[in-house]
Design a protein around this ligand. Structure first.
Ligand code: NA7
Length: 862
């Protein structure tokens, strides 16, 4: 291994928004750099997409560079949404202003890029036969820059003109007096169709999938936004950098179902009137996650389309019904739907009348020939990966990037990929990119690359590459984030579904620009976590993981950090109870159940204790589960896990009776145990009166409640009943031993810390009693003869290993046990209904386990 001096420190491919800024930054830190650009001018996307009506769909004030104060104030946009020509003018202005052209080689296309590991450099071969070497290679090639290949037979035989929106000619195209066919109704088609219809003799639109679009309301720049920006440009940009979409604005907290129909309608009308995409996502927290919530916005959009479009059949064809709103890129338009009221515009619904091919005179569908003078293809792009893999990129040992990504892209933060040292992708798959304001995301990546290279230079590091494990975990994190949303249900270009044969994988990171940026901040603050370095005299391996949790667990932790709660173990019990009750008040309420009833039962000391019953909305009698809440024996009540109990009731179609018990420190061990046994006794006696089916009784509990449920099951075995069908133990306390690895690994949390467990134990029980099986059920003399169990643990929970140990010990004693380990979850994941959405799949399995306890024969047959 050597570090041969290359021709250039850095080669950047592409002279669009990303490449121009990258070059500027690299030159500023004294690196030698050149851009290779296949076009004869700068602009990237905005160089190629010159079709009529082409504009950005982010307000111009936001869709601008922020890196230079004077540029920001000197440049004045003329409209809310800049036209392509004005954005291109802006990028030309930037190229001139920062004297970038002298380091751009136009009309130069890269054919191959190969990493030479021995010399530690990239060899970049251009299509005109030249080879250049560089230490670092930056692909600033855009996310929507490679139009899809033609998919229509016979197009070469068409006698008229053919244009592609993504490769529009530089001369004006004259549609006057011509019959035009447009294929495709994505953003490009929706922008182009009204413009083409203004000139053409006739326009026929071929639509495979209708799309959602709202009026852009073009006009002068939005005054309030400009005023907000001018007031404090830096604060405005910073707010954008830590926003969900890269555009400053409020974040939705409410769920759709929590407001009245009128209020919902008022908000959707507001979205329609703003003419912006961002407010669409800022009304309700669940629009992108919950189908029923999304359907309400879909219904509103359908109404709008039906209101605008005169012909009912055309209106119906224009109403999207096969995908949730925003699961494909929603559009902004200028009179799109109304264009179909013009007498010379017609729609062909390809779902009913598919294209057979293209003939010499027009487009042939199942229904017949449509004759045209011009065909416009607005059929989209090989998004996000197309521009990267179409260059033959070879990493270490000749590894081909195309082959590595055959089943979908794998990246570290969407920025680098293992096996390809010193290769950088700007806004690559695995970063927010196309789901965000590209200007913000591009600047972030450029600045991160620039910082990394400056740091490497300062420390004599020559080669950088992500570790395989860091990349694997981030790729899974990206998948996990996508899988939480409705996006994965749509056949969109986000999913690679628009290109025949492309693997189906959610490409961009959907966790938000803010959350992504915080991950990058953490990575950098931890000395470039997850990156291996090599340099003169130094090798630094690094297998640390930047985001080990599920994305929604991360989101919850971020929200908690923002709320600034004090460390819980520092609060006196009364304050801790009040704090947790306040958190509970603000949490989603869980699903509706058939009936909720409250009452009391006699506790072990004779004083009444409260219970709450949850009954499914189905005919009874139902199996019954006695549930004990969590809270370290110190906090909580029969209603503190309300949302969780509702969820379990609905999913398992069984009665849940949540019983309270006395809490420490006021009532120390064995008060809670005795009350739990009193509850079991009472429930067994009252089961039928409560609507329980005979012989179908189980116990369940979470955390300290799981401990009580396990103890109750042992007691029932040893003291003549009641007979239990099963026990569901959710992240239970089963032992008083702090030496298992999970206690060490997760001593600092998340949420449940070693210190908090110490606090709970100290309040609950004297050290001398902690070996008692009623405290540590794993220490029972025998675990044989216990009812079937499901034990649920979380990967990042101090209690993980004792839960596993209890499951294994029961199994060894002959008890049928299912152990469920929640990957990427923490102690409080499963009770956070409608907050940690990925907990739902775990709760579904818990409900299934209950059903299995009650209907063992049915489950055995399955
Ligand atoms: P899109 O959004 O991918 O739209 C392409 C359109 O072309 C879409 O309606 C497709 O229908 C249609 N299409 C693609 N292939 C075919 C074939 N073979 N037959 C019929 N119809 C077809 O690309 P755009 O250029 O409009 O927009 C891309 C992004 O640029 C946009 O989202 C903004 O972010 C800016 P489908 O939906 O696949 O059924």
């Amino acid at each position: 291994m050597s570090f041969t001096k290359p021709d250039l420190d850095v080669i950047v491919v592409g002279a669009g928004f990303a490449g121009l800024y990258m070059l500027h930054r690299l030159r500023r830190q004294g690196l030698t750099a050149k851009i290779l650009e296949s076009a004869d001018g700068v602009g990237g996307t905005w160089y190629w997409n010159r079709y009529p009506g082409a504009r950005c769909d982010i307000l111009s004030v936001d869709y601008s560079y922020s890196f230079d104060k004077e540029l920001q104030t000197d440049w004045q946009w003329s409209e809310r949404y800049a036209k392509q020509s004005e954005i291109l003018e802006y990028l030309n202005h930037v190229a001139d202003r920062f004297d970038l052209r002298r380091d751009i080689r136009f009309e130069t296309r890269v054919a191959q890029a190969a990493w030479d590991d021995a010399a530690s450099l990239w060899r970049i071969a251009t299509e005109d036969g030249e080879t250049l070497t560089c230490r670092h290679y930056v692909m600033a090639t855009g996310c929507l820059s490679v139009p899809k290949d033609n998919e229509f037979d016979g197009i070469e035989a068409f006698g008229g003109e053919v244009y592609s929106t993504g490769r529009w000619p530089h001369h004006a195209v004259d549609f006057a007096g011509k019959r035009v066919g447009v294929i495709g109704t994505g953003s490009s088609g929706i922008q182009a169709i009204p413009e083409i219809a203004k000139q053409a003799k006739s326009v026929t639109v071929f639509q495979r999938t209708p799309n959602f679009s709202i009026p852009a309301r073009h006009g002068p720049v939005a005054d309030e936004r400009i005023a907000a920006f001018r007031k404090d440009p830096e604060a405005y940009r910073q707010a954008a950098r830590y926003s969900k979409l890269g555009v400053p604005g409020p974040v939705a907290m409410e769920q759709t179902k929590t407001v009245s129909d009128e209020e919902r309608r008022r908000r959707y009308e507001h979205v329609w009137r703003t003419g912006e995409l961002q407010p669409m996502f800022a009304q309700f927290a669940d629009t992108l996650f919950d189908k029923a919530a999304n359907d309400t916005m879909v219904a509103f959009m359908h109404e709008k389309i039906r209101e605008i479009v005169d012909d009912p059949e055309t209106a119906e064809a224009l109403c999207p019904t096969d995908h949730p709103i925003a699961s494909k890129r929603p559009c902004l338009d200028d009179g799109y739907y109304a264009t179909f009221n013009l007498p010379h515009v017609s729609l062909v619904d390809l779902r009913r009348d598919p294209i057979r091919g293209i003939a010499a005179t027009g487009v042939e569908t199942a229904g017949g020939l449509h004759e045209f003078d011009v065909i416009v293809l607005a059929t989209g792009f090989d998004a996000m990966t197309g521009a990267v893999v179409r260059v033959d990129i070879r990493g270490r040992d000749g590894l081909s990037l195309k082959e590595k990504w055959a089943d979908g892209p794998q990246t570290y933060m969407g920025l680098m990929t293992a096996g390809f040292p010193n290769l950088f992708l700007i806004t690559g798959p695995g970063s927010p990119s196309v789901l965000s304001n590209m200007a913000v995301s591009i600047e972030q990546h450029v600045e991160m690359i620039d910082d990394l290279l400056a740091d490497m230079k300062a420390r004599g590091r020559e080669v950088v590459e992500p570790s395989a494990i860091a990349e694997e975990v981030w790729t899974r994190y990206n998948d996990d984030a996508g899988n939480l949303t409705l996006h994965v249900t749509a056949n969109s270009w986000y999913m690679g579904a628009n290109v025949p044969g492309k693997p189906r994988r959610f490409l961009p990171f959907i966790g938000g620009v803010d959350s992504y940026r915080r991950a990058c901040d953490d990575l950098k603050a931890a000395d470039w976590m997850g990156l291996h370095f090599r340099g003169k005299g130094e090798t630094r391996p690094d297998d640390r993981i930047v985001r080990p949790f599920r994305p929604d667990v991360t989101a919850m932790l971020e929200a908690m950090a923002e709320a600034g709660l004090p460390p819980l173990h520092t609060l006196p019990p009364a304050d801790l109870r009040a704090t947790m009750a306040a958190v509970g008040e603000q949490s989603p309420k869980g699903p509706e159940v058939g009936e909720v009833r409250d009452g009391t039962f006699p506790g072990a000391d004779g004083a009444p204790l409260r219970w709450r019953l949850y009954r499914p909305d189905t005919p009874g009698p139902h199996p019954l589960t006695l549930y004990f809440h969590g809270g370290g024996w110190v906090i909580g009540s029969e209603v503190s896990d309300d949302a969780f109990c509702r969820d379990l009731c609905v999913r398992s179609n069984s009665l849940i009776v949540s019983c309270d018990y006395r809490h420490a420190p006021e009532a120390r061990f064995p008060a809670a145990v005795e009350d739990a046994l009193a509850a079991l006794d009472w429930v067994a006696k009252e089961a039928q009166a409560l609507g329980g089916a005979p012989g179908k009784l189980a116990v369940a509990g979470w955390s300290a409640g799981g401990n009580l449920a396990a103890v109750a099951a042992q007691h029932a075995r040893d003291h003549g009943g009641p007979a239990l069908s099963g026990q569901l133990l959710i992240t239970p306390v089963t032992d008083s031993d702090f030496s298992r690895p999970s206690y060490v690994e997760n001593a600092a949390g998340p949420v449940l810390t070693r210190e908090l467990m110490d606090y709970f134990w100290d309040h609950y029980v004297d050290p001398a009693d902690r070996q008692d099986p009623r405290v540590a059920p794993i220490r029972a003399t025998s675990l044989a003869g216990l009812p079937p169990a499901m034990v649920v643990v979380s990967q990042f929970d101090p209690l993980r290993d004792e839960g596993i140990a209890y499951a294994e010990a029961m199994k060894a004693a002959g008890v049928p046990v299912t152990l469920l380990v929640g990957r990427g979850h923490m102690h409080t994941s499963y009770s956070a209904v409608d907050v940690i959405l990925s907990g739902a799949e775990m709760r579904a399995q818990m409900a299934q386990a209950l059903d299995g306890f009650f209907e063992p024969r049915r489950h055995a047959a399955e």
